[in-house]
Design a protein around this ligand. Structure first.
Ligand code: F6R
Length: 623
């Protein structure tokens, strides 16, 4: 989705803006632009279609645009086709107000008509131009301050936004506002920064502020002043970001995705460290309503102890982690778990049981559907627990309880390390519920925790043998259709493996519960169709293997993924991949690694843009 950046301070703004936009490239975009002010002089706006390189070339890497105050934007088209005209920044006709926006203004047609009655003309198809001209309209109508004008406009705007705006009469100042779209503000001795996401500003500062929903900020080179919708000043705490600048760099890897695949052992170790006291799962550092609970986890423990049902809601890979989570929680406890896609949950009028909890899983913490699902749970009085990677994100701030996955910044659009950290968090949750509800005794907990601690090491071993997967990918890069089959946790692994493959290599792939094959899908199997069978679950091994035999007899080429020891698979499959042994409930954490590598190497073999696949955005902040 769109990315916004801004800077006001001692240095030239344009190079900083370009650098910030580059760090936000992973969010997905089709055009980009910057607006820079040089003191009292007019604002210079430069836009370009396509990759940021074009914008950089147009501005001589930013050197051709002078000024120490500016805003920038990468656009992912929603209203209006991708074009230079529709690219941001947008401005009022007299350049009185210039701004960038991330989000969707739902009533923009109505506002556009209103403005047209007041002689405003529109050069683009965007909702953003309408928002900027609405601010201009109120600025002139009431002759007040920029804060007054923005507040008037926000009262009229329905939808979501992260806005950054400059006013002609206020050089050296940027005004920002947000509702349901991410924005982070940072401060250093060199000035003040804004970005949609931490990586945009990480190189310059780790001292940040989070601006709340329906709040405004005034940025000058001296600092930031915050306001509420009444225009009253409000105070905000400065927070120190723990991520380091290197974590948002490729560090020698060809792609962020490969770097992040290799960071999985660390992401898991860090996540586990946070909620493991050496012998048991410890929730005393788990956040309640944005702060570490004083009672040391007693509140969340009481909720978990009385649970009669768990609802897991999420999108994409986070949903797939949820499907694994359902299997694991139900395997360790007596609590039934329902997993829903957030986009369905929010509109299906879910019948939520009283003693339940809604677990929302989200890497970004900003996914619009997941956020809406969580708000629905709040409205119905059901406690919410968010499993989130991005510190201070909207979902993290609005959830009753938060478990952070400590994966660090994830830049590649296709998630890997955040997914792995989500799995670990769900295992820890399952163990805790098992302990609290009495289905797991101390010995079993010890056994589970010992197995968990071995996972990072086992992943390292799988990564050491990645060339074998690379070889296979080179051979199968021309595949048209690929099917993943498995049962139980293996099916959940297939869902994620299939998504990894299709989203970056563009090879059509589907995951099926192996038992479903005969109910239609098997008709798609032809000679040499690649079928990937996942067989990590001892009780289901023979069942899935016989489904593999069925497709083989119809010509399929079989890729078998199983654990060391199941060598009988060699008689059935054409290509066998083994992962180290672990407890079967944790097999997803190992079996997903070869499938991530497969998706990656297929995309590389096909020459695709691994980190920024077409049409996809890292953070999906619109429905
Ligand atoms: C796929 C992928 C997406 C995300 C989904 C949810 O590799 O990354 O499917 O999992 O868009 O995003 P978050 O976790 O940020 O809510």
């Amino acid at each position: 989705m769109c990315g916004i950046v801004g800077y006001v301070g001692k240095n030239q703004a344009a190079p900083i803006l370009l650098e910030g936009l580059e760090k936000l490239e992973y969010r997905g975009y089709d055009s980009a632009g910057i607006a820079v002010r040089n003191g009292e002089d007019d604002t210079v706006i430069v836009k370009a279609m396509g990759r940021l390189k074009k914008l950089a070339n147009k501005t001589d890497q930013g050197k051709a645009v002078k000024g120490t105050c500016g805003i920038g934007h990468t656009r992912w088209a929603t209203h209006g086709e991708p074009s230079e005209l529709n690219a941001h920044p947008h401005c009022s006709d007299d350049m009185n107000v210039v701004g960038v926006h991330n989000g969707i203004i739902e009533n923009f047609q109505e506002l556009r008509q209103k403005l047209a009655h007041h002689d405003y003309h529109f050069y683009s198809d965007t909702d953003t131009e309408v928002a900027i001209k609405l601010i201009d309209y109120y600025y002139k109508k009431y002759a007040g301050t920029p804060v007054d004008a923005i507040n008037h406009a926000l009262v009229r705007i329905r939808g979501s936004y992260a806005l950054a705006v400059m006013f002609k009469e206020y050089p050296g100042e940027i005004y920002v506002a947000r509702k349901d779209n991410p924005m982070i503000l940072g401060k250093s001795d060199a000035g003040v920064f804004l970005g949609s996401d931490v990586p945009a500003i990480l190189k310059y500062t780790r001292r940040v502020y989070y601006i709340g929903n329906m709040e405004l900020g005034r940025l000058t080179s001296e600092g930031i002043t915050f306001y509420n919708l009444d225009g009253d000043e409000i105070k905000k705490e400065e927070t120190e970001i723990e991520w380091d600048a290197e974590s948002a760099d490729k560090c020698g890897y060809a792609h962020f995705m490969m770097k992040e695949i290799h960071e999985q052992p660390k992401a898991i170790t860090e996540t586990m460290k946070q909620y493991f006291d050496g012998s048991k799962v410890d929730f005393s550092t788990l956040e309640k309503n944005g702060a570490i609970e004083e009672a040391g986890g007693e509140k969340i423990n009481a909720v978990l102890k009385g649970l009669e049902r768990i609802y897991i809601v999420a999108c994409g890979s986070a949903y797939h982690a949820g499907v694994v989570g359902k299997n694991v929680i139900e395997g360790m406890t007596d609590v039934p778990v329902e997993v829903d896609l957030a986009s369905e949950f929010r509109y299906c009028d879910p019948k939520l049981m009283k003693n339940s909890i809604v677990v929302v899983i989200s890497q970004s913490g900003e996914t619009a559907d997941s956020l809406a699902a969580m708000r629905l749970a709040h409205d119905r009085g059901i406690p919410t627990l968010a499993i989130v990677n991005v510190f201070g994100s909207t979902i993290a701030r609005e959830a009753d309880y938060v478990m952070y996955t400590c994966a660090g910044p994830e830049i590649a659009v296709a998630t890997t390390k955040a997914y792995s950290a989500q799995l670990i968090t769900l295992y820890l949750l399952a163990i805790k519920i098992g302990e609290l509800t009495g289905t797991l005794d101390d010995d079993r907990i010890k056994e589970l925790m010992t197995a968990l601690e071995q996972i990072p090491n086992s992943i390292e071993k799988i990564l050491d043998d990645k060339e074998r997967i690379q070889w296979f990918a080179a051979k199968y890069a021309s595949a048209q259709d690929v099917f993943f089959i498995g049962r139980g946790i293996d099916y959940a692994i297939g869902l994620e493996g299939s998504l990894k493959m299709k989203e970056i290599s563009y090879i059509h792939s589907e995951a099926y519960a192996a038992g479903e094959l005969k109910h239609g899908t098997i008709s798609l199997i032809e000679k040499d169709t690649l079928v990937i069978g996942i067989m990590t679950q001892p009780d289901l091994f023979e069942k899935t293997r016989s489904n593999m035999v069925e497709v083989k007899s119809r010509g399929a080429y079989l890729f078998g993924l199983t654990t060391y020891g199941n060598y009988s698979v060699e008689d059935t499959v054409d290509f066998a991949v083994y992962v180290p042994r672990t407890l079967e409930c944790f097999a997803a954490s190992l079996a997903i690694i070869p499938l991530q590598l497969l998706g990656y190497y297929l995309a590389v073999a096909k020459g695709e843009d691994v980190d920024k696949p077409r049409n996809l955005a890292k953070s999906v902040t619109v429905e």
